[in-house]
Write a protein that binds this ligand. Structure first.
Ligand code: ZN
Ligand code: ZN
Length: 314
């Protein structure tokens, strides 16, 4: 009996270890438009570190004000950014993914902005320009204020972020062809989170970029190493295909998971955490999208609707 009890205890410890939380994500902005105080930005860190990386930076300051009000952080927003967020990964240069960073640029020092070439080019050309604002970067127009180092990533080439101790791999996406966006696969030891910037379905975009990412992460899902997928659902199902502008609906999202299931098998997707980002909160769209996702969930995914300033653990 005693041996049996010991065996149970060991089993329990083992189970706890393999399901231990390894990531914290603090959403600073969760919508895809309208409310400029709550648009795409997610801080990600290892649970064993106090250094975050930012996935997009639509809203920074207002999200940290909310997090502080909820007592989920203790520093004021500017000190928090200065001490805890050194690296900013931008999926694409649309303003709803970078405006918070641009507006906070004067008070930030020694930061790095990472993006694929189309992103860093647009930032240098259009935002860190003396015609529109000031050049806070270390490339392009002179004088350069150099608050930020601009680091251009290569598609599918991982980089090790020595400050957060996370490894990040970018994947190019299609976002209203011929325009692009990026997915970032974030690795913390042998666990992963996958963050998608805005993207349309492969069939509408006439692309294979999403399928390419699914193929890449399928083995990680099968081994239960991928802990969460952050992906957009901008519009409800009533949005006509010709007016998607490079975005997904609940129905198109499920079609994409059908492609993923071809690589993982259906069973492997059960209870996978899917964080729904970038809802465009016009009219009653937010409730409609949530209801449509709940009503039709053929792969038994775990839909998560993030809240500004409330940390998620995976
Ligand atoms: Zn967007
Ligand atoms: Zn966009």
């Amino acid at each position: 009996m005693k041996i049996f009890r010991h065996f149970l205890l060991i089993l329990l410890l083992f189970a706890e270890n393999s399901f231990a939380q390894t990531f914290e994500v603090l959403p600073l902005g969760v919508y895809g438009g309208l409310n400029e105080a709550n648009i795409s930005s997610y801080l990600v860190k290892s649970t064993s570190s106090d250094q975050y990386i930012a996935m997009d930076a639509g809203t920074l300051y207002a999200g940290l004000v909310k997090a502080k009000m909820l007592q989920n952080i203790s520093l004021n927003p500017t000190d928090f950014l200065q001490h805890h967020v050194q690296s900013y990964f931008i999926s694409h240069p649309h303003l709803d993914h970078i405006s918070g960073l641009i507006l906070n640029a004067p008070s930030l020092k020694n930061k790095t902005i990472y993006g694929l070439q189309f992103t860093t080019d647009a930032i240098v050309k259009h935002y860190f320009s003396w015609d529109t604002w000031a050049n806070f970067g270390d490339e392009g127009e002179k004088p350069q204020l150099k608050n930020f180092h601009i680091a251009t990533l290569q598609n599918e080439q991982p980089i090790q972020d020595s400050i957060s101790n996370l490894k990040i791999t970018p994947f190019i996406l299609s976002h209203a062809s011929p325009h692009h966006s990026t997915a970032f696969l974030i690795q913390n030891k042998d666990t992963y989170i996958l963050y998608f910037g805005d993207t349309g379905p492969d069939r509408i975009e006439k692309s294979t970029h999403l399928e390419n990412v699914w193929k890449y992460v399928a083995p990680l899902i099968k081994k239960k190493q991928l802990k969460a997928v952050f992906i957009e659902t901008s519009f409800p199902n009533s949005q006509p295909d010709k007016l998607l502008f490079g975005h997904l609906t609940p129905s198109w999202l499920n079609k994409e998971f059908t492609t993923l299931a071809n690589y993982t098998g259906k069973k492997a997707l059960k209870n996978l955490s899917i964080v729904i980002t970038h809802i465009k909160p016009e009219g009653d769209h937010e409730n409609t999208i949530k209801n449509e996702l709940k009503a039709k969930n053929p792969f038994h995914l775990k839909w998560i609707f993030p809240k500004q300033g409330v940390p998620l653990y995976f």
